[in-house]
Design a protein around this ligand. Structure first.
Ligand SMILES: Cc1cc2nc3c(=O)[nH]c(=O)nc-3n(C[C@H](O)[C@H](O)[C@H](O)COP(=O)(O)OP(=O)(O)OC[C@H]3O[C@@H](n4cnc5c(N)ncnc54)[C@H](O)[C@@H]3O)c2cc1C
Length: 403
């Protein structure tokens, strides 16, 4: 059986990013096997994220913008994102660039194979792919499918369908992407359109919903067509590409460390920010930390502040609770967040870079009644999660009448 230093199960965003950081580190000569069932030759997704400094994928960004537009309930206009840039990376550019980069390292091997099994053993991480067994000191797994079905947690989905369209008339401003346009029928959910303009005649227009029910293909397309006809003066238009995606928005606990030698990464590792679905930057940050620790002490551990992360997770749960139980119209919640705070501060908040005091200040700008009810309901759900059989005194002799 062939043994490697590291096996990366799943060569998508997280897997290839991890291989990239390893290749940039003193561990670049370690033997690394990347396994993926696909050859990653399709432009299957578009990533957007914000950053203040140039990042590792700067040369392959498709577009970047210094400002973004927002259409909410009581505010419509540009958001001042300060020193941040809103960046867009096409899936295909990322896959091509990283495969090309990794090909320079003879110790890194990419193999197209379906992973059937990942298991922790005393000797290391064990993988079976296309019936071949492999061992490694550490297996980094992004192929594990999350279940996310426990009712005491909040399990929403962010689902969206987008069209890249080319229009007859110039109708886009290429300097103004639209992060959220809530001028669409809400159907008691959270629904908005997202626009990434490439030039005056070409843009990705995406219809997005946060709820727990996927739509039929026809329903997404009717909504997209309706939005384009109503708000964009396109003349005729042609659809160049289509994108569909589902991202978990869940506070269900995930297992990042699936064993001594198995670490789950990316969506499988719970790296998605529950309240927004943004995963790209968090994954870069977490993987960078894992590689730093591997270099420093040979262990793929991430430093976690339980209080800090616990509080951030609690705030995610509260927002999910407001959305899931329709405690306040979602378009108004997001409008208040962006209108009553500096948008750059909201970016920092979503990146979990704000202090406890800053978090509390931001929390005063949301609808207080709805968020207070949600805050208590989250505590109630956490208690149920911790004590599924109810809270009972440990020593039965303490019960009245049993002394
Ligand atoms: C259409 C779309 C758009 C998105 N846009 C954004 C965005 O703008 N910003 C953002 O922050 N996040 C976004 N996300 C969320 C997230 O960033 C992506 O889903 C991201 O690709 C997750 O990275 P990952 O490595 O965890 O999963 P993936 O990139 O999906 O990688 C997993 C890999 O594992 C492989 N695989 C799965 N099962 C097996 C198996 N059994 N054997 C072998 N290989 C297997 C797959 O082929 C895939 O290559 C988007 C998601 C989607 C779907």
């Amino acid at each position: 059986m062939k043994r490697y230093d590291f096996i990366i199960a799943g060569g998508g965003m997280a897997g290839l990013s991890l291989a990239y950081y390893l290749s940039q580190s003193p561990l670049r000569d370690r033997s690394i096997l990347i396994l993926d069932k696909e050859n990653k030759s399709r432009n299957d997704r578009t990533w957007c994220f914000w950053e203040e400094q140039p990042g590792p994928f700067e040369p392959i960004l498709y577009r970047k913008w210094n400002t973004v537009e927002f259409f909410g309930t009581t505010y419509q206009g540009l958001l001042d994102i300060g020193t941040y840039q809103y960046k867009m990376l096409r899936g295909i550019d990322f896959y091509d660039h990283l495969k090309h980069h990794l090909a320079q390292f003879p110790s890194i091997e990419i193999r197209q194979a379906t992973v059937n099994r990942v298991k922790d053993t005393p000797q290391g991480g064990f993988v079976i792919a296309d019936d071949e067994p492999y061992m490694a000191d550490y297996v980094f797994d992004s192929t594990h499918a999350l279940k996310l079905d426990q009712p005491e947690n909040h399990n929403l989905l962010q689902h969206f369908k987008g069209w890249t369209i080319t229009t007859e008339k110039p109708c886009f401003d290429p300097t103004r992407p639209c992060m959220m346009d809530f001028r669409v029928e809400q159907h008691n959910d959270c629904r908005f359109v997202y626009i990434l303009p490439f030039d005056e005649r070409t843009a990705l227009v995406e219809y997005t919903i946060f709820n727990d029910q996927l739509l039929s293909d026809e329903e997404y397309e009717t909504a997209l067509r309706g939005y384009i006809d109503r708000f964009l003066d396109t003349g005729t238009y042609t659809i160049q590409e289509k994108e569909f995606g589902v991202i978990p928005m869940s506070d269900e606990p995930t297992t990042e460390r699936a064993g001594r030698h198995v670490v789950r990464i990316g969506t499988s590792g719970g790296y998605t920010k529950p309240s927004t679905g943004y995963t790209f930057q968090r994954t870069q940050r977490y993987l960078h930390e894992i590689v730093q620790n591997l270099v420093r002490n040979g262990k793929p551990k991430r430093r976690k502040s339980w209080f800090r992360q616990g509080f951030k997770m609690y705030m995610d749960s509260v927002l999910l609770n407001v959305l899931q139980y329709h405690r306040h119209p979602a378009d108004d919640v997001f409008t208040r967040l962006y209108q009553n705070n500096a948008p750059a501060q909201i970016f920092r908040f979503l990146d979990e870079d704000t202090t406890f005091a800053e978090d509390l200040k931001i929390m005063t700008t949301v609808p207080m009644g709805a968020f207070t009810i949600a805050a208590f309901d989250v505590i109630r759900k956490r208690v149920i999660r911790a004590y599924p059989d109810g809270i009972r005194p440990r020593n039965k002799h303490w019960l009245p009448g049993k002394a």
